[in-house]
Design a protein around this ligand. Sequence first.
Ligand code: NAG
Ligand code: NAG
Ligand code: NAG
Length: 380
Amino acid sequence: MYTEEKKQKNYGSIFIYCFFCFVLVVEVARFAKPYYNDIQNLMETEAEAVVEEGLFDVELSGARPCEFSNSRSAQNHQKLSIPIRQEIRARPPTTYCVKFQSFATMSNLVKSNGNMYESRPFSAGGYNWTLLIYPNVNTPVGSGGYVSLYVKLDNSTFIDNPGGEVYAEITFLTYKSTIDKYHILKETDAQRFHLFKQQFGQLNFLEIAYYQNAAHGFIFDGGQSVFGVDILVTPPFKQWEVASYEKNIQDPVYTWKLTKFSIRNLDSYTSDTFSSGGRNWKLKVYPNGTSSAAGNSLSLYLVSASGEKGYVQAKLRVIGTTKVEKQVEGYPDAKENGWGLEKYMPLADLKDTSRGFLAGDALKVEVEILSFSKTDSFTK
Ligand SMILES: *[C@@H]1O[C@H](CO)[C@@H](O)[C@H](O)[C@H]1NC(C)=O
Ligand SMILES: *[C@@H]1O[C@H](CO)[C@@H](O)[C@H](O)[C@H]1NC(C)=O
Ligand SMILES: *[C@@H]1O[C@H](CO)[C@@H](O)[C@H](O)[C@H]1NC(C)=O
C-alpha cells in the first residue's frame, strides 16, 4: 500500500515538472524572438550598407545624421583590415601610380593572367618593386568581393644577400573622383620583406562593387580608375651610441704645479692636457676667484679637454703642508668650467704661510678621477 501511494505521488510530480519545463521553453522562445529578428535585420542592413552606402561617404558626411547602418558597415570594414588606418588625402601616391582607361576591360583581360594585373617595375628606396592589382572576385583566394592590392619586391635584391631584409611602410591608394581625393588604406607598421616574403598587400582593399557603379566616384570619365602606392623604405639605423659608466679609471691622479704664483695676473690658468681613464682633461684655476668668489676664494675646476658633458665624480686637492680635498660629482654646471667649485677655498687660507699652500711661490693642485659616464658613438 505504502509503495503504491508513493508511485502515484511520483507520477504527479513528474507531470508538474514536465509542465513547468514546457512553460519555460515557450517563454524563452517568446522572449528571444524579437532579438532573433533583430539579428536577421541587422545582417541584411549590413550587407546592403557595404555595397550601397560606403564607408567613405560616412567619413565625409560627419555632418549628416549618423545612420545606424552606416556606422555598422564602417566597423565591419575595420574589423576586416586591422591594423589599418583609413584616410582620405589630396596628395597623390608618392611612389607609383597605375591608371586604367577602363577598369572593366582590365578586369576581363587579366582573367587569363590569374586575375592579376602586374605593373611595370618601379624603384623605391633603392629596390625594384611591382604593384599587383586583383580586380576580380575571390582572387587571391579569400578576398571575396574585394579588390586586392599587393606590392612585390624584386627578389634579385636578395641574390647577393640572401639573409637581407627590407622594411617598408606601405600605403595603398585609389582615386575618388567625386571628392577629387585619394582614398587610402595605410598599414600602421612597416612591413618586412625578405627572400621568402617578397609580397605584402591588402586582401580586402575595397569592395569590387565600388568600381562597378560610377556613383561612388572610383570609376570616372567613362570607366577609368586609378590605383597607387607609397613605399617608404625604412633602412635600419647607421649611427648609434653606447652609454656606459667607467669606474676603474686608469691613471686617475694628475698633479699640476702652477709656479710663480705671485706674479700671475690673468683671470685663470689652465694646465696641460693629461689623460685619465682614456679621456683627456685639464685643470683650471682662478687665482683670484671667479664670479661670486672674485677677490675672496680660489676657484678650481676639472675640465674635459674633448668637450664631454657627462657625469663625473672626482676629488680635487690643493696641497700644502696639509691638503684641502673636495669631491665633485654630477654633470658640469658651467659650460666652460666643467666640474669644480667657485669657492674652493678662501684666499686668506691659501695665503696663510703657516699652511704652506704657496711654498716656493707655487700652487700645487691635484685631481683624482673616480668615475665618469661615457658615450661611445658608432657609424656603420
Ligand atoms: C632594378 O631594375 C633595374 C632594371 O632592370 C636593374 O638594372 C637594377 O639592378 C635593379 N635594381 C635592384 C636593386 O634590383
Ligand atoms: C624570385 O621571384 C621569382 C618571381 O617572383 C620567382 O619565380 C623565383 O622563384 C624567386 N626566386 C627565389 C630565389 O625566391
Ligand atoms: C684680486 O682681487 C682683488 C679684490 O677684488 C683685487 O684687488 C686684485 O687686484 C685682484 N688681483 C688680480 C690678480 O686680479
